[in-house]
Design a protein around this ligand. Structure first.
Ligand SMILES: [Ca+2]
Ligand SMILES: [Ca+2]
Length: 131
């Protein structure tokens, strides 16, 4: 399957901001789509699902999971419309331990509904995040 995963190096260390997630999406071409930007919370062992629709005009997709707290660990899986899974990804997947997993899924993503699964791998109390 011609599907590549590129890792974005994130220079801002530990910056927790939903604006950052939005900027990361909008800074690409108009044809780049991201998992819809939402802010929500997660606890230890909890699973949250997020979906987005990729059309034939989308040339790339960004997944930017940002919780900003390096003492907590979230796990990320990405599923394409055919059900193929990618991951698990951890904080270090983008080359920086900063409470954020910022991935660019490139090379013309498959058309259809993509899903992201966020898992509270090691969370003390309640952790908020954006994706
Ligand atoms: Ca990271
Ligand atoms: Ca926390």
């Amino acid at each position: 399957m011609a599907f590549l995963v590129f890792l974005l190096c994130v220079s801002a260390a530990g910056a927790k901001s939903s604006e950052t997630a939005i900027d990361a999406v909008s800074s690409g071409s108009n044809e780049t789509i991201g998992i819809k930007s939402v802010t929500t919370t997660i606890t230890q062992g909890e699973v949250n699902w997020h979906t987005t629709y990729v059309s034939s005009s989308n040339s790339a997709m960004i997944v930017d999971l940002n919780w900003g707290d390096t003492t907590d660990s979230l796990q990320l899986y990405v599923y394409d419309p055919s059900g193929n899974s990618y991951g698990p990804y951890y904080d270090s997947a983008d080359g920086s331990n900063n409470g954020r997993i910022n991935l660019l899924l490139d090379n013309t993503p498959e058309v259809g509904t993509w899903r992201c699964k966020v898992y509270g791998y090691h969370v003390i109390g309640t952790e908020d995040y954006s994706i």
